[in-house]
Structure formats: C-alpha cells, structure tokens
Write a protein that binds this ligand. Structure first.
Ligand code: GLA
Length: 741
C-alpha cells in the first residue's frame, strides 16, 4: 500500500482540515489519511501506527527517525492456526480483552450482563495542538476509548494516555486499564533494566534478558513504593552499552499502585504495558462516566543508557518539574533529622541555624518533631499545631532568625498519616483506610488517612494552607512513611470501594497543585521514608526528592548511579551526615562525604554541634566550591564514566554544562586493591576544539604530570589519571573552557 503523506499537520496547527501542507522539518504529527497511518516525529525519533483493513490500530514503528517519504502501512494479520485467531495475532496499539487475546490488554471490562468480550476498532482521529487523539470503540457496545499521543520535539519522548467512556445506559466494570502498550521492533537479544529495592536500599539496577516469560514490575502498596519504580529501559545485548547502541525507555507518571509488564508474545514481539495496577483494582464506570489513565512517557536513544538518561533528565527539567522549562536551582540546605531526631526546639535549632549559615547553607529545614505531642514516632501525627513546649512562641522567632541569617526556611510534614495517639484520630477514627471489624495494621505506629475521601482532602488542604499562611515557609518536606494494609473505604458502596487506588492519588495531586497555586513561593520535597514515592507524577508538583534514608556516602554512590538512570541529579537531594553512618556503621572522611553529596543537590544533615573547627573550614570550602559547579551538576549532562558497582575499585562521574564551558569530574576510590591504579579515565561530552583549564575542586595541586590546560580532544582521549590510595578517597576536578584554539 503506497504511503503518500497526503496530509502533514504542523504541531502548532489545530483542527483536522484535510489540506495538504508542505513537509516541515519540525512536523511533530503527520497523518496519511488515505493509508490511515499516523506518525510522530521529533528529537531524532519516529513513532508510527496505523489502521488495517479490519479496523485494528496497529503499531508500525518506534526507533530512529525515518525519512518523510518512507512508506509504512498496516496489513491485517491472518489467523496463525486454530490456536491463534487473527484478532489475537494482530499486533495492536491498545487491544481490548476479547476475541481470545492472550497478551496484556489495554482495557479489560465486564458489561452489566456479564459479557466480558471487548474488541476495539478504529473510529477516527482528532488533532489539537501537538496532540493526536485516536478514537476507538467496541465493535458493538457504546464503549469508547481515546488514545492521546504527543512527542517532545527536543528529546523525542512520547507521551501516551488513554480514556475510557461509557456511553451506554448500564454501568461497566473496568478491571484493567493501561496507559499504553508499546511494541518494540522485531529484533533479538533485548535486555530489560529495572529497579529493585527496599527502605534505605533503593535504586538497585537489575538486568535480565527479555523473553516470553512475562516480567512484571509493580507496586501493590497504594503508592509508588521502594520495591521498584515505574521506569524501565530495554537495550540490545549485542549492540548496547552505557554510551552506545539503542535503548528504549519509559516511565509512568503515577504515584499510586502501578504496573509495567514486559514480555514477548508467541511470535516474539516484545510488548511493554504500563498503567494502573489491576491488582485489587476495579472501577464501576457509570453511564456517561469516563476514566483516564496516567501518562506513560516513552523514549528512544541511540547513545546507550547514558544517552537515555540524559534525555530523561532534560525532559524532566523542560516539561515535568514545577517551573519547567526553567526550574530553580536547588539551594544548599541543612536538616538536623539524623543529628537531633525528634529533639527539636527553638534554642537548639537557632544554634544550628547560626552554624549552618556560617558555612554557606542557604536553606534551613526543621524536620519531624515540631508539632503536636510528637516526642517520638508513637504520637502526634495528624495534629499540625506547633508544640509550645518546644517552640513557646510558635515558629515565628525561629523563622525570623533563619531569614535574618540569609537562609530560607523549610518544614517537615507528613499530612496523609495519623497516629492513634493524636487528637485527629480521636475525633475522626473513620477517616483512615480500614475494613470495619478488622484489625487496623499499623506501620511505624501510624495509620493512613483515606485521602480518597473528599472531606479528608478538604481538611488537609485547609490545614496546610493555614500553616503556610501563618508561617513564612519556603519549603515543605512532604513525607509518607508507610504502605497500605487494609485499603477499605467502608463509606462507599462495596462495588465502588476499589476506586480508592485512583481517587486517593488524584486528591493528593489536587492538594499539591492547589497549595502551589495559592503559595507560589513555596517549594515541596517528595519524601517517603527515603525514595518510596518518586515518579514523574509526583515530580510535576515537587521540586526535589529524597532518594533514600541511607545517607552513607559510599552506598549513596550506588543509589545515585541507579537513581540517575531515571531521574535528574537536579532533584536528587544528597546530605552530608555524621560518621560512622547510622545505616551501616561505615566511617568516611568529611571530604569524601562532601564529594559524594556534591554529585547531586547538596545538603548537610550532620550534627554541627559536634563539628571541629577543621570540619567547619572543610565544609565552608566545599559548600563554596559546590556553588561554583552547582549549575553544571544540576542542569548539565551526566556521564556515568565508571559505575560504582560492587567489586569495582573506583567509580567516576562527569557533569558537562549545556554550553560545554564547564565540566566537573568526580572520582571515588572504594578500596585500593593493588599498588597503583594507572588506568586513565577518558572524559566525554566536551567540545573537542575548546581549551580547558583544570583545577582541583579544593584548590590543592594537580596530580604530577597532568597538564594545567589541554583541548577537549586531549581530555576525551588521553583522559585523566588520578592516582588514589587507601579506602574511601574522593577527588574532583573542574574543567573550565578558556578559549577556542
Ligand atoms: C522519614 C524521612 C526522614 C525523616 C523521618 C522523620 O524516615 O525519610 O528523612 O524525615 O521520616 O520522621
């Protein structure tokens, strides 16, 4: 079937007028209305799908840019055998669960009369702005599905979501709904990369071959969870590496129970499905009602895992984070949680604030313990009133002091939780998630408020709004310290209770967005006992995240290496804390701890009351040095030159500013194993022609034999040779372009 680009629609055009337009280099959405082929082009990527003669919407292509003249077409598949009917053999962009489908459905429903056969076929398309919407409908029932697509012209990252609408007169039960099904080109040796983890041990990267055994990444916990993260990357074992070869990757923007499945069908076609987790989920769609999915973002890189993550970082800065496309740089913060735990009070925090300001800290954050009867984790959650025995005059004197020292002020909250021992729980025991007559399982002595309830939502919004009105606060550290256990919503009809998985998160997003609207100067950090709620959904409302409660500087290198595969260093808070570390008892020098944390957004969480003069001097110098490289670390391109994998003697990262005029190289020695380590590390991403002067980050002398300046080409081929000896030794070099030669 000839594919004529009979209609090319520029991304900026609205409407579907059948006018032939010239092919524009930056055309994002093009439609061949004759062949019924749709193309998204941008950032060196083409994504295409089309309609076959039976009306199925088929995936056609996802990979490096095709030429506009390249022909694509969808042909109907015949049955393979009596065991594989035509409908189930046809690759579909969004199959309904019907007709013998044996792969992951886009949508699985039960109609009121018990019929569970759903066959979705093409009905039409719409274009508005840079978004193309494909309408599908069941072959017989008035159930409609709209699939939305757009592509980011800079990164080639595609955004997909789906909406199901019940236009019938009886309810329809939705049992499973995906945001998207993605199909990879028919190629061999795909490898899946994904995260595993638990509290204080998040962001472990795993790799396994993609085969016909379905792999399910998921959270059944009600929130994103520490156990995995809604992100995947798939590369080719024979072709791909950290900086080369193809990588397909994606992330689901959802902070509730989620599921991403990856596997090959019996014809070897690899499919990735992502959306709400169908585990314990259902949604009774009333007549006239719609249900929409979160967005599934998906991208393609030709530059390996490093290239894939740099695209994700740029995309987050340009499109996801508050303030995008120019989110603010993260200030250097201080937080005394590890040092003082619940023992916060006005005098102690003022003393720490003075010390923090003296070393160049820009934001002072008061953590848990400032409110209600919160002297330990058994009481007080839910009562967001200042504890007057700790802060006799409220928070105002401390906040004024912090501001007077030139710092902004941050405050910890955990709004979605309640201790049994709290005034809120005593007056509203029915506000939590529970099943009547069943135990209410506690986690860290707390229960989860049922935020799916609109009265709970309104209470929390008002409480936090009042807190922000009454206090001059610049950051909320928003915590969430347990998972769901008995997710009952007894105030709803039994058939509607499982809406809780969606309504809860929608109300959370509502509160966050409403607080931001009402208080545009307030930033928010997403924390969940460390990295338990980090995803592209929450990141739309939060400026920074807390990747892990594990603050050990060596463990953090692995955590940061994993984290940056999916998320930007700009949001990755990293504190310098006390040694030996609480998590594993390891000791490391203050310089090593700083150099580990300076690879993300720097914070300090040590007990400054115990620091020596030398510690203060070191910290002051390192904070000042960080400010000279902060923009490069938080906005630049990250190259993971040597991973800190267990067994590796040393690791190295490089951050290159977008204009390539500055680069920062970190080399961290774990434990030297031989007499010396002579191998040089080649830099990447510099301009070959520019001349770069190099200096150590702390002003110490350069290693013997290292030139003070050389071309980018030199640094990228000869590399840098930093001899390190001992245990837990860190170095950083800063490269500044001086001129063009
Ligand atoms: C969680 C957070 C910590 C700290 C404590 C306070 O564990 O991850 O950073 O805020 O709660 O209780």
């Amino acid at each position: 079937m000839a594919m004529e680009l009979s209609m090319i629609l520029r991304a900026t055009m609205v409407g579907v007028a059948p006018i032939a337009l010239a092919v524009a280099a930056d055309a994002a959405v093009s439609v061949d209305s004759e062949a019924k082929v749709f193309r998204l082009d941008g950032g060196g990527v083409t994504y295409a799908f089309g309609v076959d003669e039976k009306g199925y919407l088929q995936p056609l292509y996802w990979g490096p840019s095709l030429a506009p003249r390249d022909k694509l077409s969808a042909g109907a598949a015949p049955e393979l055998s009596g065991f594989d009917p035509a409908g189930s053999v046809t690759a579909q962009e969004y199959p309904g669960q019907g007709e013998g489908l044996v792969t992951e459905p886009g949508l699985k429903v039960a109609f009121a009369n018990g019929n569970r056969d759903l066959v979705l076929k093409y009905q039409g398309y719409r274009i508005a702005g840079d978004t193309v919407t494909i309408d599908l409908t069941d072959i017989e029932r008035p159930l409609f599905v709209s699939l939305r697509y757009n592509i980011d012209p800079a990164t080639g990252i595609i955004a997909r979501d789906a909406t199901v609408r019940n236009a019938g007169t009886a309810p329809v039960r939705v049992d499973q709904i995906a945001s998207a099904i993605l199909t990879l080109p028919n190629q061999p040796d795909y490898r899946l990369h994904y995260f595993s983890g638990r509290h204080a041990a998040e962001w472990t990267l795993n790799t396994q071959p993609v085969g016909s055994a379905l792999t399910v990444l998921e959270s059944r916990r009600g929130s994103t969870g520490h156990q995995s993260d809604p992100w995947f990357a798939i590369d080719r074992a024979s072709e791909s590496a950290e900086e080369s070869g193809p990588v397909w990757f994606g992330a689901l923007a959802w902070s509730g129970s989620w599921r991403i499945s990856v596997g090959a069908d019996n014809l070897g076609r690899v499919k990735i499905a992502g959306g709400y987790n169908p585990y314990d989920f259902s949604w009774r769609l009333k007549p006239g009602e719609s249900l929409s999915t979160p967005t599934f973002y998906a991208g393609y890189s030709t530059a390996g895992m490093g290239g894939a993550s740099r695209l994700m970082h740029r995309f987050q800065l340009a499109h996801i984070l508050p303030g995008a496309p120019a989110p603010k740089l993260r200030p250097v913060l201080y937080n005394s949680w590890e040092a003082t735990e619940f023992n916060v009070n006005e005098a102690g925090q003022m003393r720490l604030a003075e010390k923090a300001a003296a070393i160049g800290v820009e934001r002072f954050v008061v953590d848990d313990g400032w409110f209600g009867a919160r002297n330990n984790d058994r009481a007080g959650l839910g009562d967001w009133v200042v504890n007057r025995s700790k802060f006799p005059n409220g928070l105002a004197p401390l906040i004024d002091k912090v501001h007077g020292l030139g710092m902004s002020f941050g405050l910890w909250v955990e709004p979605e939780m309640v201790n049994r021992d709290s005034d809120l729980y005593r007056s509203h025991p029915d506000w939590v998630l529970y099943y009547p007559g069943r135990p209410r399982t506690e986690g860290r002595n707390q229960l989860v408020l049922n935020l799916a309830r609109d009265d709970v939502r309104d209470h929390l919004l008002k409480t936090l709004d009042d807190l922000l009105r009454q206090n001059d606060i610049q950051l909320l550290k928003w915590d969430y310290n347990r998972n769901w256990t008995e997710p009952g919503w007894p105030q709803m009809k039994p058939e509607d209770q499982q809406r809780v998985y969606v309504r809860y998160v929608q109300n959370l997003y509502y509160i966050l967005s409403e607080l931001r609207r009402r208080h545009p100067g307030v930033e928010i950090e997403s924390c969940s006992g460390g990295g338990g709620r980090i995803d592209l959904g929450i990141m739309r409302y939060t400026d920074q995240v807390w990747p892990s409660d594990n603050t050990d500087p060596y463990d953090r290198l692995t955590i940061q290496d994993g984290f940056t595969h999916a998320y930007a260093p700009a949001v990755m808070m990293a504190w310098v804390t006390d040694t030996p570390n609480w998590a594993n008892g390891r000791s490391a020098s203050l310089t090593y701890r700083f150099l580990s944390s300076m690879q993300g957004s720097l914070g300090i969480g040590a007990n400054l009351d115990k620091w020596t003069d030398q510690d203060f001097a070191t910290a002051k110098a390192m904070v000042a040095a960080y400010k000279t490289i902060r923009e490069t670390v938080q906005r630049g391109d990250l190259y993971r030159l040597l991973p800190p994998s267990p067994g590796n003697e040393r690791s190295a990262t490089l951050y290159v500013s977008r204009d390539k005029r500055q680069a920062v190289f970190f080399q961290m020695l774990h434990s030297s194993m031989r007499r010396d380590n002579p191998l040089a590390v080649a830099l990447r991403g510099l301009s070959a022609e520019m001349n770069y002067h190099v200096r150590t980050i702390d002003g110490s002398s350069l290693p013997a034999g290292m030139p003070q300046a050389a071309s980018g080409s030199y640094w990228m081929t000869r590399g840098v040779n930093l001899l390190q000896r001992g245990d837990f030794v860190g170095d950083a070099l800063v490269f500044e372009a001086s001129d063009r030669s």
